[in-house]
Design a protein around this ligand. Structure first.
Ligand SMILES: [Zn+2]
Length: 309
């Protein structure tokens, strides 16, 4: 008889919610999904989700107990177990998601935001295995981060630590959704890089790129404009990360999310700017720059399950 542990990982997004049974080696089975935006209220959503999760529990071999349910969701707070007015969800209300799911399922449930779940997934199943100090930076529509220090994910006293995307990269720079100006997110997220691209392309009388993947594709073809866009983006990102480095001195900075698919096109200029800005005391033992190992492996489900393990 095996001694594997199991958890249910739930990746809740604005359009789809994906979930599956995960063992402690990171194998996902019984993966399913429902449309988040097809439910009129959080109550209807949790009722439907619970039915699906119950089918996983019922099907599961009774010899191996399920340790818990982990949920990664936008704006989710680990301490309070709630989601508060998440801009990316269909219902902009206060949702006590953890307790709703726990009482429907009668299984221990934990929730956190997607970037923190990604950091836990990387530590349990990915490139951060065995590391105690690292940062996962998620480069998606916005920028998130999960910071692990001395083997512990940093939540902060209110559960909101790690808002690296809202560090000011350029004073009085581009307006940010948070109401301030010049946040890193307005330059180095998928949205930010498109903005940069738009400026460069229009200045050169060229047709703007449709999305960030198109910039990556063009860079792979050697397009000088695309390379310049990554150059400028990397300069901003690298500089901010050098500041972040002074606070926690990580052994690795791990990139995750759509823009991380650009790999070296983004990472090389980022690392160059990072090293130029890095305080001299860190020059002997610089951190590694890595791409997530879970990038195309249902990372969010694995990360949510890692929350339980
Ligand atoms: Zn901001």
């Amino acid at each position: 008889m095996s001694h594997k542990k199991y958890a249910i990982g739930v990746d809740m997004g604005g359009t789809y919610t994906k979930f599956g049974l995960v063992d402690d080696q990171g194998t996902i089975t019984r993966a399913q999904q429902i449309r988040t935006d097809s439910y009129r209220s959080p109550e209807d959503f949790v009722a439907a989700l619970s039915l699906h999760l119950q089918s996983i529990v019922d099907y599961h071999d009774q010899d191996h107990t399920i340790t818990g349910i982990g949920i990664g969701a936008p704006n989710a707070n680990y301490h309070t177990g709630t989601i508060d007015r998440a801009a990316n969800l269909p219902w902009r209300t206060y949702i006590p998601l953890r307790d709703m799911v726990a009482s429907a399922m009668n299984i221990k449930t934990v929730i956190t935001n997607d970037a923190k779940a990604a950091a836990l997934g990387e530590m349990q199943f990915g490139v951060a295995k065995g590391m105690k100090d690292f940062i996962v930076v998620t480069l998606g529509t916005g920028i998130g981060s999960g910071i692990v220090s001395n083997g512990q994910l940093i939540y902060g006293h209110d559960g909101m630590a790690g808002e690296v995307g809202h560090i000011i990269a350029k004073p009085n720079g581009r307006p940010c959704g948070c109401g301030r100006k010049g946040c890193l997110e307005t330059y180095a997220s998928a949205t930010g890089i498109l903005n940069t691209a738009q400026k460069i392309m229009l200045a050169n009388n060229l047709v703007p790129f449709e999305n960030s993947q198109a910039i990556t594709d063009a860079a792979m073809m050697g397009n000088p404009m695309a390379l310049e866009i990554f150059n400028q983006t990397g300069k901003v990102l690298g500089k901010v990360l050098a500041h972040v480095h002074t606070v926690i001195s990580p052994e690795a900075i791990i990139f995750f999310g759509g823009l991380a698919n650009a790999r070296d096109y983004l990472l090389v200029p980022t690392q160059k700017a990072f090293e130029e800005e890095l305080l001299f005391v860190y020059k002997e033992r610089k951190p590694q720059f890595l791409i997530s190992a879970l990038q195309h492996r249902n990372a969010a489900i694995l990360g949510a399950a890692a929350l339980v393990f």
